[in-house]
Design a protein around this ligand. Structure first.
Ligand SMILES: [Zn+2]
Length: 317
């Protein structure tokens, strides 16, 4: 009897020990999880998520419900950060997870993506007039939602993390401009901003999985790669040529705060034929690539967010 109870105790200790170890492993997302989000946001029912439309209202509700489910709080009084584009009512969706470290929680890292798209096209292609925006940017939105899920579940982000989904991007980066100005006026203590755009398709020909726009402006890629443990983030010459750094929602944060604020993407238009096209559809996205990119990015972001000092710095100009 005694021997049996020792064996039972031993087995119990081993099981509990293993379980504890499992808890600190990064939570991974599946391709099915990512596919479900992108398929909903890029469905015809949402009519291309044009700013001011019923479709984008539904997209915002969907994101808010995800945040609620995960325990991500609204940053403002509600999840919505309202602004106007002429007479149009527009809103970013902004969630927040307070940091766990008594000092570092005063510093904020923003993880962002635009969730709007271009709505209906004037000229239908084979009867289809909806710009679904699966790659642009249901994909980036799904990355932010997945990050929110992971950080909320692990409850170990030492710095505070803001999850910002921008509207009005396709009308001239309006949502990010509005939020960056508002946060600057409120004296937000921003460390860095990482924006996600077009991660629905992989590169067939690169030695990195994703690239950072404005690669040479800071050491962001180097820092993220240190925590990823490999060359996850690289430099796209194509992105540099088209100055994509200034063409997405990171830019307003760089302008307002003069801090590193860059966009991470796996599409520089050399590897996608349907930019702003009715065929930018959920069923042509590569969900294994997307889940893999998110699962590689997660420890990189977590390492950066939990580092004792602010490692990402602007390079000297
Ligand atoms: Zn975009």
């Amino acid at each position: 009897m005694k021997r049996i109870s020792i064996i039972v105790l031993l087995a119990f200790t081993i099981i509990v020990g293993c379980k504890k170890k499992e808890d600190v492993k990064p939570i991974t997302v599946s391709s099915e999880y990512v596919k479900e989000i992108v398929t909903y946001l890029a469905s015809d029912a949402l009519e291309g998520r044009n700013t001011g439309s019923q479709g984008i209202e539904e997209a915002a509700n969907y994101i808010e419900n995800k945040f609620k489910d995960y325990g991500v709080k609204p940053y403002f009084d509600t999840y919505r950060d309202d602004f106007k584009i002429d007479s149009l009512d527009a809103f970013n969706v902004v969630g927040f997870l307070e940091g766990t470290d008594p000092k570092l929680k005063d510093e904020v890292v923003i993880i962002g993506a635009h969730y709007d798209h271009i709505g209906r096209r004037a000229k239908p292609v084979e009867g289809d007039s909806i710009g679904n925006g699966a790659n642009d940017n249901a994909s980036g939105t799904s990355v932010v939602i997945a990050m929110a899920k992971n950080f909320a579940a692990r409850k170990n982000n030492k710095r505070s993390v803001m999850f910002a989904l921008f509207s009005g991007e396709e009308m001239g980066l309006r949502g990010s401009r509005h939020l960056a100005e508002r946060l600057k006026n409120e004296n937000l203590n921003l460390y860095t901003m990482v924006n996600f755009e077009m991660l629905g398709v992989p590169f067939p020909d690169r030695d990195y999985q994703v690239f950072a726009t404005g690669y040479d402006l800071s050491n962001m890629a180097e820092v993220l790669n240190k925590y990823a443990g490999n060359k996850l983030v690289g430099k796209s010459d194509e992105a540099a040529k088209f100055n994509l750094f200034k063409r997405s929602d990171n830019y307003a944060f760089y302008q307002q705060f003069k801090m590193p604020a860059q966009t991470i993407s796996s599409c520089d238009l050399t590897n996608f034929d349907f930019y702003h096209h009715v065929d930018d559809e959920a069923d042509i996205m590569d969900y294994n690539h997307m889940a893999s990119a998110i699962n590689n990015l997660f420890p990189a972001m977590e390492g950066m967010i939990n580092a004792p000092t602010q490692e990402i710095k602007m390079n000297d100009e």
